[in-house]
Ligand binder design. Structure first.
Ligand code: CMP
Length: 450
């Protein structure tokens, strides 16, 4: 029985993601604002100070009520959450949130006039910086929760640290007194930022440069330049790769298409056929954002693959009249047996007179039923076809030609037979479909079956 009435926030809740984003932005703002103030000796306990105190205190409160993940286990029981938090981030969060100057001002206001105490207090802003150590973990969580492209995420993390570094180098430039002292704090900061960016980006206009009489400024500039070169190398090395990988699926698809094109060129495949193959891949890309049907599924464990295929086939299963009243067990079983296939316009999916070894369900597209070169019917999404030859044990009674691009699901004869023997209702229904088709064909072709 718990005394707390506040519910534990679930690990995968939207609030958690919102809060993490909010905290990362607050950390960025706080470190920039408080370090700026520290450098300029502005240790004000004003509205902004109180605002961040409240935000960071709220963060402690939220963390005490937030489910945590330990390795792969999600911990949702409050005492363990509290224990885990106290042992990990609490001390940093507490030091970052606690308003030391206000607290001391309340109880021992006279000590605030002591220069030593004032200096110590002024450096307490540093605790706000401790929150930075948490930023990387938070970025990872945001990425997992929002399923953000890893490339985009890495670029954002890079931008986050880049902004911080540039800011701190600019503050360093101010601290060593390299800026024009007669200017206002904001003027000094803007000019220091300008010097930093031109130095770090290896642009170096030379309009702001170190005083040649002051070693500390020259050394600081050298350090900033080395940092800039490293940064530049990192950007050149990573960003192009990151951008290229932003769309991994597209990159893989183009690679695959290039391989196929190469193969067809070396084998001197006729141009129209090459075009047909390319059209097929483009269709796969447009419909599945992949160059292969079902390749990812092969790597998944059976139960997961099954769940995914149930989800993906749900649409077609709902549309097929044969399955409309089927129970869950039947649906699960047939889902495992269906194999996706793609046909291009004018492809023959079935040819009249062949022996049938499978039947199909049309998932997307249109096909026409052709008997002795006469179109006898059109079939659309959800239609089954190819069942008659399997039931009768005879040759295909008609040809089936794709009118548009067609996504179909194929069911092998052996599996079809097992389903018919296990599920009599399916057997009855499929026989009715076959009979109706045959009657219709006979009526339209006026050639009674011998
Ligand atoms: P099967 O004979 O195995 O192969 C051709 C398929 O076309 C056949 O099974 C039926 O599923 C289907 N078919 C034949 N005639 C018609 C029709 N008149 N209307 C709809 N489908 C048909």
């Amino acid at each position: 029985m718990s005394k707390f009435s506040i519910p534990v926030i679930p690990y995968d809740s939207k609030f958690r993601v919102f809060w993490n984003v909010f905290i990362v932005l607050s950390i960025l703002a706080a470190t920039i604002i408080f370090s700026y103030r520290m450098v300029h000796g502005e240790d004000k306990t004003d509205f902004i100070y109180v605002l961040f105190t409240v935000i960071f205190s709220l963060d402690i409160f939220v963390n005490l009520n937030l489910s945590v993940k330990k390795k792969l286990d999600v911990i949702s029981d409050r005492p363990t959450i509290i224990k885990t938090y106290l042992r990990s981030w609490f001390i940093f969060d507490f030091l970052a949130a606690f308003p030391f100057p206000i607290f001391i001002g309340l109880f021992r206001p006279e000590t605030l006039h002591n220069p030593v105490v004032a200096n110590i207090l002024a450096s307490f802003w540093f605790f706000r910086l401790l929150k930075l150590t948490k930023a990387s973990g938070t970025f990872r969580e945001i990425q997992t929760a929002l399923n953000i492209n890893p490339g985009v995420m890495r670029l954002s993390v890079f931008a986050f640290w880049f902004i911080q570094m540039v800011h701190f180098i600019a503050l360093g430039w101010i601290m060593i007194g390299a800026v024009e002292q007669n200017r206002s704090h904001m003027d000094q900061y803007i000019r220091a930022l300008y010097w930093t960016v031109t130095t770090v980006a290896t642009i170096g206009y030379g309009d702001y440069y170190p005083n040649h009489e002051k070693n500390v400024e020259i050394i600081f500039t050298i350090v900033a330049q080395i940092f800039g070169v490293g940064m530049y190398g990192y950007i050149i090395g990573n960003v192009s790769g990151l951008i290229a990988n932003l769309d991994v699926a597209k990159a893989n698809f183009l690679k695959k298409l290039e391989e196929v094109n190469d193969y067809m060129r070396t084998k001197s495949v006729p141009a129209p056929l090459q075009q047909k193959v390319r059209n097929y891949y483009n269709y796969l890309w447009e419909t599945q954002k992949s160059a292969a049907t079902g390749s990812v599924m092969e790597e998944l464990p059976y139960t997961l693959a099954m769940e995914i295929s149930l989800f993906m086939n749900r649409g077609i299963l709902e549309k097929v009249s044969l399955f409309r009243n089927a129970n869950d067990i039947f649906i699960r079983e047939i889902t495992q047996l269906l194999k996706p296939m793609v046909f291009l316009p004018n492809d023959y999916i079935i040819r009249q007179g062949e022996f049938g070894d499978c039947m199909y369900f049309l998932s997307v597209g249109d096909v026409e039923v052709v008997v002795n070169n006469n179109i006898v019917a059109h079939l659309g999404t959800g239609s089954p076809f190819g069942e008659t030859a399997l039931i009768q044990g005879e040759k295909r009674t008609a040809s089936i030609r794709a009118v548009s691009y067609c996504d179909v699901y194929k069911l092998e004869k052996s599996d079809f037979d097992v389903l018919r023997s296990k599920y009599p209702e399916f057997d009855t229904q499929v026989k009715q479909v076959a009979e109706a088709n045959m009657r219709d064909t006979q009526a339209k072709t006026k050639q009674p079956k011998e």
